[in-house]
Design a protein around this ligand. Sequence first.
Ligand code: KIV
Ligand code: ZN
Length: 397
Amino acid sequence: MLHDPNRVYIFDTTLRDGEQVPGCQLTTPEKIEIAKELEALGVDIIEAGFPISSPGDFQSVVEISRAVKNPTVCALTRANRGDIDVAVQSLQYAKHPRIHTGIGASDMHIKHKFNSTREDILARAVDAVKYAKQFVEDIEFYAEDAGRADIVYLAQMVEAVIAAGATVVNIPDTNGYCLPNQYGAKIKYLKENVKNIDKAIISVHCHNDLGLATANSIAGLENGARQVEGTINGIGERAGNTSIEEVVMILKTHQNLGLHTNINARNFYEMSRMVSTQMRMPVQPNKAIVGGNAFAHSSGIHQDGFLKNRENYEIIRPEDVGFPSATIVLTARSGRHALKFHLERLGHKLDKQELDAVYKEFLTLADNKLDLNDDDLNQLVNSYQNNIQSLEKADNK
Ligand code: KIV
Ligand code: ZN
């Protein structure tokens, strides 16, 4: 079968980079539950853990390998044989195993983390890939801190690990340092200058320290990467990783990019809630795609436009990501159109004069009460109607 050049592979690292977050640690049964949900979501690769790091993480990789059938199951290692041996063992039941090995590629890491030289690090990288390749066909290599690495050295490293058998080359912006145009240019350079680059898939793995993880991942894809690494809800080390839900919905929304994934986007909302609950990590209300306010319209101008035609203020339909529905939130910034909408939903049909009067009372209430509910609205209408009746009675006396 011919490889589709526009297919983007989704590599989920919620259970590895995501689980590194303090307080987000999961038990093996919880990880299995998430892994099955990720399979239903349609992710291509699940990074199940870092098996050498603890017996529990090792066991989780073993159990996830047994539990899922379609996705590739990936285990992380450092570039040394001991880590690789343990990872190989942990993947023994995986239907599609992958080893993810790598080492620092920036001078910062080479000097101040490994106290080493470029030559030595290159040799270690090649040795790790060759060694892993004896046991597993699918080898992904990560050039840690590639975002700050010298591009000529990075290209040399990428070429050498592909020659050693790497099937995927991961170019992480480990510290979330790059601007989108810089990161995109890095990927472009590798695409144009590494002579065996067509033998591997370029992967992007971006961190969110400057809030640019998703933008950088998209820049990478625009310049030839075809695998994106990320997490559900964007959780991960420090400020987090690229959000998978954001990347997928960007590709769906901007069809002119011509790229597509295998993801069932309708599962996103449920997936997000599950990860948030299991990891005890709330989703910020303004989080793109899955945040509680992602489809909530609250100002009068927006509400009026939305009620006239939802596409005025909706570039993604909530149902397309499994979100329950769009909401028109009533606050002191809301207009008559929104109030009328909610009153009609509750069965109150008011003429213009009645609506004006109730709206006036509504604003007074909304200025003093943050969360207006249906009872409040019913009460507003009832007290208006009672007032009118009292006035009519008084007039008839
Ligand atoms: O951010 C990073 O560089 C990583 C690697 C281990 C892939 O998470
Ligand atoms: Zn990372």
